[in-house]
Ligand binder design. Structure first.
Ligand code: SF4
Length: 62
């Protein structure tokens, strides 16, 4: 299963990934996106979240 991971050095906390995948990502007070439901990525399109991220901070691990 592919698991989404966020590169915190790149993330600017824009929230776009949360709009696409609210079950998977959450932006916290430090304005970084956290993966809160990595096993939920099969129910929504995390590829879309990765593609919409303006700084390409979302990667995938096997
Ligand atoms: S879309 Fe990218 S930059 Fe924006 S909050 Fe998500 S991971 Fe961070």
């Amino acid at each position: 299963m592919k698991r989404p991971v966020v590169d915190y050095d790149l993330c600017i906390g824009c929230g776009s990934c949360v709009e696409v995948c609210p079950e998977v990502f959450q932006v916290r007070d430090d304005e970084k996106a956290y993966v809160i439901g990595e096993d939920k990525c099969n129910t929504c399109d995390c590829e879309e979240a990765a593609n919409i991220c303006p700084v390409e901070a979302i990667k995938f691990e096997e």
